[in-house]
Design a protein around this ligand. Sequence first.
Ligand code: 8Y7
Length: 276
Amino acid sequence: MILTSGSKTLDLTTPHIMGILNVTPDSFSDGGHFANIDNAVKHAHKMVEQGASIIDIGGESTRPGACDVLLDEELNRVLPVIERLKQELGCWVSIDTSKAKVMTAAVKAGADIINDVRALQEEGALQAAVDANVPVCLMHMQGQPRSMQTAPDYKNVIGEVRAFLEQRAEQCIKAGIKPTNIILDLGFGFGKSLQHNFDLLNATKEFMTLGYPVLTGVSRKSMFGQLLNRDINDRLAGSLAGAMIAMQQGSKIIRVHDVAETVDVMKVLQQVNTFK
Ligand code: 8Y7
């Protein structure tokens, strides 16, 4: 599997680590707008040095209970960071957004991937992604961030998530997105109970049969908080175990906060020929 964006390619024979870069106001200590940009860029440099090949930039918090962010505010947060990363780093840049206008502006500024937790279902988003002609990550979510964790409900979580992603991929292809530029994501923590999340994690290999690369985002999520009774900053071991399961089952992109540690896990797996 190979992703293509402009003149660049990303070979997914072995997995890649996507480092999370939040540029929401609550993610960095309050030193003003430019201090925040500087901090964000510094953090991206560090993650690339540690082995991240993709940096995922998000200006809208999609954590459970989060509020919507206005368009101009989101653009002001993400565009300066994308521009700096394109100048200073050779990594791939992914834009985490659901808004069509942010997708278009971010790709124009140099973003290489569109990462949409709403799977291009917001108004204009599908067409913006077609026009942008870059790889897209389609994620499953039940409900909306504000309320999705209230009462997650499935008859068959694996079947329902699989059917949604398969349908969404087909709709994207019909609209003009290249099949080889579609990435699927099971959407851990987005309208799922503890057991739903772990059932899905252990079904990662079943999603591979759809023929698209799978991206896994379990880093520091509440599934580990609940299972292990750990605060958000104490979930590294759980997150690494989750990343390892995902990679062993064929996931090709692992979205994480802790890049160096996840790269170590990947190298251990590589040494026992997990990806051959
Ligand atoms: C995911 C994500 C978040 C994920 C993809 C968090 C933006 C919540 N989670 N994107 N975004 N997959 N593709 O805890 O699991 O990082 S935000």
